[in-house]
Design a protein around this ligand. Structure first.
Ligand code: ADP
Ligand code: MG
Length: 721
């Protein structure tokens, strides 16, 4: 009999096992059985072709609409060309070699499974040299088994790779399931009963070889719960261990700097700011650290909330640190905090208020002298507020008494970095932590990605923003539109406004040799071309991460002062940059950016009282999921709505960044969009279990569930958002 921990080699043979390992990193029975079908095809139903991703390995059930054999142009031999269709859209296929066999197997009008890498050729989607398995094939296929023999009415379609097509995986799964032993279920019986879940053994059968829809649904419910539970148990344990550490208590001080600040605030706080502010103020009084996430779109007024919290900490005689993802942002934060504080932030200077504190900027590229002074300010406690990049949490920076850390733009700051903060308080206490993000995320994502944090949101904007209209510019289909883009930039500049042009790359890196894809457009190239051509005569500046920091600062100041018309930049301008006179945002190779990044970028315009325009220039082909994502950005400027659309468009596993890192995600079935209830329920259940038994000593099965996830991905999915 077979158990989950068995290696596949002895079961499937060395050759097949090696192929699975090579193609899909599948080594054990558990790996294989956790490689769930991506979807199911029903016999007689064709797969929707829309939404394929260029470069992905896809398996589609389709019908042959056209087959044609012709001689190759510059080589001897034949090429078989074929068009397959789902009834609406088409995929072009080409086969090189074996022309006679192909002709025999690929009959017009027949349906089958086709698998291969999706490419684009002359603006059409293509599967080059696909592997295939015809459904109603007359003769036996090469390996002697026919598709019909081992697949029921519901046909699983697996995430596949070249050399290991979906139907071969199905065959391996069947072989393993046939001898699988019913082992003890890791989920305690009482939980299984409470929620009415089927046993793991039955769930694994049901997900791979469903007898009917009901069996499939039961299997999914159970396996989803396992995924939700594993993650929520980890978070519950994290919350438990982080929350039980000692923290510096920071009760508010009557007549302190916070009260003075509130008195001179030139505006009323919004109801959201007041409410979130009260939560934070309460948390800061506590003997255990606050770990809170504050969401709020760009301009929603997070900085004031953070500053007021920092002042409460300063009032308690401790220090606050504010971390930003880039030096540009850190410098900007320091400036705006000083501005907001006025004489309350000028301790040590002439004319400072009595209760004043000092705001110190500390970045890596400061001169040795400046840096020394800043380090001294932090270590002596002279600085109540220290602003810097994430490097600030490095060990070389010491604080007299760090009570509170604000992290701006959380999506660039992972769990590990947050962990590094834990021991930075005086006497080995854990400072309170507030992380802020302008990327709106649905509740379920917050519970999953930031599950170790309490969450708050600012949903109301304090001051009205001007509308931003967004347009996708598909330069492949409408080449003339690009001229119109530059004309539009000239018009904006003509009206006295300014424009950003964003490119994915800087352009000073050595050329990469092996890529067949065009490299992304680069700031340096685009700026030069525009200056010499379409935007000749305009004052064009350049900004990117590898400029020396004083130069960056100078460029930003020049742009803010209106001394530049156009700023060609990388995403360094993504967050926090505030130039109300900038009204146009052109994003080159927009398909190279994620949805939330595009949304962030476009938030740079429409900040004044003039409407903003955002143009997304792309060569992506119509009908791809890339274009669907751009269309989503075009369709709405509501960040929460957009984050939902984005989630819908992303593939399983992408959500937690597994696709980018090339690693398998632990979330295979659980949908952050559709399984809100499961996730919320699992969170409660996990909290209950961990409160009673933090180490899961009485729940070996659950402990094993947790360690399988943690070991698998090294908790990597916790890092990315
Ligand atoms: P965020 O950091 O969330 O992007 P900021 O804190 O920078 O937003 O706030 C954006 C602008 O709105 C700032 O100029 C800030 O002074 C102003 N602001 C913040 N809160 C209010 C309020 N309650 N009423 C009016 N203006 C506000
Ligand atoms: Mg901000």
């Amino acid at each position: 009999m077979t158990v989950l921990s068995d290696k596949l080699t002895s079961l499937l043979g060395r050759k097949t096992a090696a192929a699975l390992a090579e193609a899909l990193d599948i080594h054990t029975v558990a790996d294989l059985l956790r490689h769930y079908p991506r979807r199911y095809a029903e016999r007689g139903e064709l797969t929707d072709i829309a939404g394929l991703e260029i470069g992905e390995h896809a398996t589609v059930m389709a019908r042959i609409e056209r087959v044609n054999k012709r001689r190759m142009r510059n080589k001897p031999g034949w090429i078989v060309e074929m068009t397959i269709t789902d009834g609406r859209r088409r995929l072009e296929c080409a086969f090189f070699g074996n022309a006679h066999q192909r002709e025999r197997e690929l009959q017009l009008g027949k349906a089958g499974l086709f698998a291969g890498k999706v490419t684009a050729f002359r603006n059409k989607l293509q599967l080059a040299n696909p592997e295939y398995q015809m459904l109603d094939q007359d003769d036996d296929s090469a390996d002697g088994s026919r598709l019909d023999d081992f697949l029921g009415a519901i046909i699983p379609v697996y995430p596949a790779a070249s050399g290991m097509p979906s139907w071969s995986i199905a065959r391996c799964v069947r072989q393993v399931l046939d001898t699988l032993e019913r082992e003890e279920d890791p989920m305690p019986r009482e939980l299984r009963k409470r929620y009415g879940f089927v046993e793991l053994f039955d769930a694994l059968h049901g997900i791979h070889r469903p007898q009917d829809q009901g069996a499939l649904d039961n299997a999914r419910e159970r396996l989803k719960w396992d995924e939700a539970m594993a993650i929520q148990l980890i978070f519950a344990q994290r919350r438990h261990s982080a929350g039980s550490r000692p923290a510096p208590a920071c009760p508010p001080k009557p007549g302190g700097i916070l009260e003075s600040f509130d008195k001179r605030l030139p505006f009323d706080l919004t109801s959201g700011q007041r409410e979130v502010g009260e939560h934070i103020a309460d948390d800061l009084c506590g003997e255990h650290p606050m770990n809170r996430l504050l969401q709020g779109e760009v301009g929603s007024g997070k900085t004031v909330v953070a500053l007021r919290a920092m002042l409460q900490v300063v009032d308690a005689g401790r220090q606050a640190a504010m971390l930003a993802p880039t030096e540009v942002l850190a410098a900007q934060h320091a400036r705006s905090l000083r501005e907001m504080l006025g004489d309350l932030g000028q301790a040590g200077e002439l004319g400072a208020a009595d209760e004043a504190t000092k705001v110190t900027l500390l970045t890596g590229s400061m001169s040795t002298k400046e840096r020394k002074q800043a380090l001294l300010d932090a270590a002596s406690g002279a600085a109540g507020i220290v602003v810097g990049t994430h490097a600030l949490i490095q060990d070389t920076v010491s604080f007299a008494d760090l009570g509170f850390v604000v992290v701006d733009e959380q999506h660039r700051f992972g769990v590990e970095q947050r962990d590094a903060l834990r021991t930075r308080g005086a006497n080995d206490t854990s400072p309170h932590v507030l992380v802020m993000t302008a990327t709106p995320i649905p509740r379920t994502v917050a519970m999953t990605v930031y599950g170790d944090l309490e969450t708050s949101a600012l949903r109301v904007m304090p001051v009205g923003r001007s509308p931003i209209s967004t347009t996708v510019v598909p330069v492949n289909e409408k080449p003339a539109w690009l001229d119109r883009v530059w004309q539009r930039v000239r018009e904006e500049v003509g009206k006295g406004h300014q424009a950003y042009i964003v490119c994915p790359r800087i352009g000073d890196e050595p050329p990469s040799d092996k890529s067949d894809k065009r490299p992304p457009l680069a700031v340096l190239d685009v700026a030069a071309e525009l200056a010499a051509g379409p935007l000749a005569g305009l004052r064009i500046g350049i900004l990117h991460g590898r400029l020396p920091s004083d130069e960056k600062d100078a460029v930003m100041r020049a742009f803010a002062a209106g001394k530049l018309d156009v700023l060609v930049a990388t995403t360094v301008i993504e967050v926090g940059v505030n130039v109300p006179n900038a009204t146009a945002m052109v994003i080159m190779d927009a398909d190279r950016f994620g949805v939330s990044q595009l949304h962030q970028l476009r938030g740079r315009v429409g900040r004044g009282d003039v409407p903003g325009v955002c143009l997304l220039v792309t060569e992506a082909i119509d009908g791809t999921s890339t274009r669907e994502r751009l269309a989503a950005v075009e369709s709405t400027t509501d960040g929460f709505e957009l984050s939902r659309l984005d989630l819908e468009l992303r593939r399983e596993g992408d959500i937690l960044g597994a696709a980018q890192s090339g690693k398998r995600s632990s979330l295979k079935l659980l949908s952050l969009l559709q399984d809100e209830e499961t996730i919320a329920e699992a969170r409660l259940c996990a909290q209950e279990i961990v409160t009673a038994d933090p180490a899961l000593a009485t729940h070996p099965g659950l402990a094993q569930l947790v360690s399988s996830v943690v070991d698998d991905d090294r908790a990597e999915y916790l890092e990315k958002s």
